[in-house]
Design a protein around this ligand. Structure first.
Ligand code: AQP
Length: 328
């Protein structure tokens, strides 16, 4: 029996090196003989924040192309767009009726994202986002869910909902395990290193997008916020420098200790240039592959249509069981 892996990414902006290091890069590596992977472009999650419709459609398509460029192999995995598989919305409703306002109110992502808005402007989708995420996972009997640290709390909620449902109606759902990288699970903003790097950051200098040109990447790293000391150490009170070291270590595959040792005697300027160079080297082949995929949109559409069918078929099996259990 192969282990089932599921993960998703929102097309809510240009994918960042945070998304890459924390999630996407590992997705390709998880395609082995012992696993079967479902990867989705989570456009339904993206509309919890108002999106321009044409932009969203374009970004969903481009995100799929970028995932192919990052090594997702449609012969080994199912790659699909979430909104094209209606079972996600159907199961989400059932799970909403098995989730509590109290537990959803405690989700830090909801608290963070709603903190900037007036109460009347917080849409209910932002609140029930983790329930849709639970549906995404439980629909495919996922064993493991590779995510960045920011999604750990949502994963725990998903497990609670699955266990609660199974206790109430009998065993239907497999209870999934999170899969979180040891290093790089939370890349911080280059401008506010106390905040997570996010693709929807209104300040483009806060993130490096996978598709940023090399000179843009270099400029963004050169502007990265550090501190007033000049010593390169990995320390809790040196958020900016530690973040640069984390990016360097994850991209090069070196340990933090090795990276710190490598930069001894250098200044922040040199550190920034070296990190930028490593990132550019890693991203260049992905950028080239992305452009090649985009030049062949029919191929991407074909992959997504195949993914839609495979995902729908797998999801319907679980949904049928759920509907039967709850009396539909
Ligand atoms: N900064 C990060 N470091 C490590 N991993 C990260 N992830 C996101 N940011 C970082 C991981 O990327 C995967 C896809 O994330 P998502 O698109 O589903 O949503 P998100 O976590 O909300 O990502 P963003 O970039 O912050 O998007 P916006 O700005 O739209 O909210 C997840 O596995 C996530 O953990």
């Amino acid at each position: 029996m192969k282990k089932i892996i599921l993960s998703g990414i929102q097309p809510s902006g240009a994918l960042t090196i945070g998304n890459y290091v924390g999630a996407v890069r590992n997705w390709a590596k998880l395609q082995t003989d012992e696993t079967y992977c479902f990867y989705c472009v989570a456009d339904m999650h993206a509309i919890t924040v108002r999106q321009d419709p044409n932009e969203l459609r374009k970004r969903s398509f481009e995100t799929a192309a970028l995932l192919l460029a990052a090594g997702i192999d449609p012969d080994k995995s199912t790659l699909f767009i979430q909104s094209q598989v209606p079972q996600h919305a159907q199961l989400s409703w059932v799970l909403c009726c098995n989730s509590y306002m109290g537990e959803l109110s405690r989700m830090t992502q909801f608290k963070d994202k709603s903190a900037t808005k007036n109460e009347e402007n917080i849409n209910a989708g932002l609140f029930t986002y983790p329930v849709l995420m639970a549906a995404d996972i439980l629909l495919y009997n996922a064993d493991y869910v590779p995510v960045g640290v920011d999604q750990k709390q949502h994963l725990e909620l998903c497990r609670d909902i699955a266990i609660r449902f199974n206790n109430a109606y009998g065993e239907v759902f497999k209870v999934p395990e999170p899969m979180i990288a040891r290093v790089g699970a939370k890349i911080m903003s280059l401008q506010s290193p106390d905040k997570k790097m996010s693709k929807s950051d209104p300040n483009p200098n806060g993130f490096v997008a996978i598709m940023d040109e090399p000179d843009v990447i270099m400029k963004k790293f050169k502007r990265a916020v550090t501190d007033s000391e000049s010593v390169i150490e990995y320390r809790e009170d040196k958020l900016g420098v530690s973040n640069l070291l984390t990016i360097y270590a994850t991209i090069t595959g070196k340990s933090i200790e090795e990276s710190v040792a490598e930069f001894q005697g250098m200044g922040y300027g040199q550190l920034k240039i070296k990190v930028a160079e490593a990132v550019i080297e890693e991203l260049t082949p992905i950028q080239t592959a992305f452009k090649q995929y985009l030049a062949n949109p029919d191929y991407i559409s074909e992959v997504l249509e195949k993914g839609r069918k495979q995902a729908s078929e797998a999801a319907q099996k679980i949904l049928d069981k759920v509907f039967e259990k709850i009396g539909f």
